[in-house]
Design a binder for this molecule. Structure first.
Ligand code: SF4
Length: 169
């Protein structure tokens, strides 16, 4: 059987922001761990919404907030801002799709604690097709011998790889 590279929720999140970042992570190029954006993300997810904290691992994904509400399973994902909400939605849909493939029906909830916002996310057939396309493309990118060239986007300013991509600027 042909080996299929695991794709995580984090891969999905970065894929919708920067394919180069997907390649760098897949090739285990270490970002600057002291980076402020990473620190803030860690702090927020440790500080807020602790009462829902129950971790669930399925395959290559880890869902860190899960609860039941009126008989429904709700999985939550905390993000520090809604600026990259498309990435956040696709990441959560990936979790919902993975659960569905394991026979578990759930709904999703995106939490933006700094903005005191919540968004409900539901699995659809259309989302599954889009995720299948994205997963195939992530695997294609990871197999590339060199990373895709850097493209300046607004995320670069807070990306942990910014020194790596833009050191000469
Ligand atoms: S610095 Fe910009 S181009 Fe480089 S990996 Fe990060 S987001 Fe992508």
């Amino acid at each position: 059987m042909e080996y299929e590279m695991p794709v995580t929720g984090t891969d999905i999140w970065y894929y919708y922001i920067c394919p180069r970042e997907v390649w760098l992570m897949k090739h285990q190029i270490a970002p600057d761990q002291e980076d402020e954006a990473l620190e803030l993300g860690r702090f927020l997810s440790e500080t807020y919404y602790q009462r829902d904290k129950k971790e669930l691992s399925i395959g290559h994904i880890v869902i860190d907030r899960i609860r039941q509400e009126e008989g429904e399973l709700i999985i939550g994902e905390v993000k520090k801002s809604s600026s990259y909400s498309q990435s956040a939605r696709m990441q959560l849909l990936y979790y919902l799709d993975t659960l569905k493939r394991a026979g578990i029906e759930a709904k999703g909830e995106l939490l933006f604690p700094k903005e005191r916002k919540k968004e409900r996310i539901e699995w659809t057939e259309k989302a599954r097709s889009e995720l299948e396309r994205a997963v195939a493309d992530i695997r294609r990118i990871a197999r590339m011998p060199v990373p895709p060239p850097p493209k300046k986007i607004s995320f670069c300013g807070k990306c942990a790889y910014r020194e790596y991509c833009w050191a000469e600027e």
